[in-house]
Design a protein around this ligand. Sequence first.
Ligand SMILES: [Zn+2]
Ligand SMILES: [Zn+2]
Length: 386
Amino acid sequence: MKTSVIFFCTILLSLHLHGQVVRLELLSQKQWTYLYVQCTDSFHIQCDTINLHIPSKHTVVFMLNGKNIQVKTDPYKTIQTAKASFSSLKNDALFALMQNSKSFVFKYEGEFSIQPKDQKIQVINSLPLEEYVAGVVEAEGGANKPLEYYKVQSILSRTYALRNQDRHTESDVCDGTHCQVYHGISKKDIDIFTAVKQTEKLVIVDSTANLITAFFHSNCGGQTLSAQDVWKANLSYCVGKKDPYCLSMSNSTWEKHIPANDWRTYLKTKNIAVSDSEECIAGSMNCSANKRPLYYLHNNTSLATKDMRTDLKLKSAYFHIEELDNEIILHGRGFGHGVGLCQEGAMNMAKKGKTAEEIIHFYYSSVHIVLFDKQWLFKENLPVTP
Ligand SMILES: [Zn+2]
Ligand SMILES: [Zn+2]
């Protein structure tokens, strides 16, 4: 009884002190079997049976060794452990995680745990949600953008992280494009920190008060798509619409040249009947009601443009085809899947004086922006349908 009371108090204290914490898998795209670690301050490593104290700027090597991790704190001292965790007592201590022992870059903070996973070292970083959001805003949004755009990206990234906490088993999210890109804590861009602070705990919910899956992409090419068109998912808040704001931005158009013979070969691999003597091989594009082509048509066969995007590594599935003597030219628009918020459109809206709230309501239909910890209160207050 006494133990459970202490345990409960510890949880309350921990929540009070740290708020929402994100468990983030770092280096998720790497296959590293060893790792050099340094910290700007002293830190502690907890192994299975031993607790090590490491002075600041002292290098520690973690190395995969079968089902264990070898922790090497100096040339003569090696410890075997199934799992290791480390953190510093200093809140602002920064860690560098590198694959070589030269020029350390200190960019991670919080607590870390290290274990073997699929023949590589898996690193899980626990850090406050708002710090994580600032890092994602910088990685996904880039530098020198308008404050209102950073506020939009903060709300989106926070919503996405909280909505997708069950995408992984050992962590909530990973640091790659599978979840949201994270390259470490923000480099203290004052506008990013202001945006995260001003939108603290704000998230987007749909008309039934559930967190939305806040899809976003770089540029929609002037026409967003519904989630139904791309993933057969019926999301009331992701409805295709015209976007006049992204048309003159850097990712609004693209072009790809493909030799005619390569094009024939590709069509044949997709079971589209095309002969070497056929005069016209360009085919035609089928447009849905919202004017984005969803299918490429040739000799009574169709091919989904979203599959062509993957096969041919295209920036988007929004393109038309021009046929020249020896080549095919794909004239494309936009960059990304086209569902949800268009980042370059949102940046331009912010430049034109639109608020973060106006931008979010432009790209997502019938949504509300609410405080995350008041979300459930909001839900209870929804009008009851007779
Ligand atoms: Zn992921
Ligand atoms: Zn757009």
